[in-house]
Design a protein around this ligand. Sequence first.
Ligand SMILES: [Zn+2]
Length: 207
Amino acid sequence: VYAPPIQELVDELGRLPGIGPKSAQRIAFHILKSPAEDVSRLANVIGSAKVRVTWCRHCFNFAEAVAGAEGEAQCEICANPRRDPSVLCVVEEPRHVVAIEKSGWFKGRYHVLMGALSPIDGVFAEQLRIKELLTRIETEGVTEVILCTDPDQEGSATAMYLRDRLKELPQKVKVTQIPVGLPVGSEIEFADELTLARALEDRREVS
Ligand SMILES: [Zn+2]
């Protein structure tokens, strides 16, 4: 239907999450109608974000890359000495860090698993940053771990798995979870800030 360059653009955009064929076409046509300098600014911003953003070496949140020092990046939260290192909030994705930070309630640090267990999709414990989590607990003086995975099937399975692994640790660590009062299936990132802050405050010890 489209000339090849347009088709390629529509196909690429259609691969983005949440962009169906209609949206892909609308964005492609918008781009093609836009002034060349706007389009090249967008292309540059995408390319430079990809180069300048990497993962925090401690918590696997997004972090600004350090030029010439691969694997040395540190996110703003880990770099902040006022954040309590004894409490770790475990989340699935960096977007959950953003959601919890917006609630303004949490003063500890995070650990981003980079996904949730989903054997059907080939995501097993080894693919997640679980080994790194256990190492941090053992070496950083962590006394409480708040499991803040999503309340969906994968998130719940991940939390259950982590509870078992944390029990095996040589030192005692308090494991808490936010109450299921957060409406079932409502993802952490869509909960409003007050609800999320309350849920975190009402967290319960689970093991
Ligand atoms: Zn970090």
